[in-house]
Design a protein. Sequence first.
Length: 207
Amino acid sequence: MKKALCIALALILVFCLAACGGSDSGGSSGGGGSAANTAEAKEYLDQAMAACESGDFDEALEAFGKAIELDPGYADAYYWRGLVYKDFEDYELAIKDLHKAVELSPDDMFNHHHLGEAYYYNEDYGLAIESFGKSISLDPENDFDYYCRASVYFDIDCYEEALADLDKAIEINGDEVDYYYARAQIYELMGENDLADIDYAMAYILE
């Protein structure tokens, strides 16, 4: 299971968010500069989002940088640039930007979630658990956060904690195949083969 648990759905979530094309899906608007600078920063952010959609990530990164230079308090710019860095597996830079987004907009669950993913991929497991926990506290009905935190617990051999999170994810959303597969694998490792067979069967039905 390992990192494959979280990666597939994480990438789907990131690209679905990016496809929205709007800068309000995560983070928050700027406000650290003058009105003129804030407006210009928004224009650069829009350019960056358009560049992401067209696949020109170098141009996107440059535009994100200009937006931040104009408005250093622009949480959205840090958030979206952090997602780009994360997708390109530059986790240190992703963590830096997403941590800044959290600092500027601490009540946005997307900031905490994606910071948690960046920590996870960077194998900073304790910080990943903390970030996913903060995201869950902001949106306790988000099944995906429980699933991702279960991935972290699995990687550090905390199977009981992983099961608890997967149970909660399935309670919230009982139609997600990957949740049953993940729980079945943990049951197998724990020698609970009958329970594993039930979850494998459920996953097969849902596919």
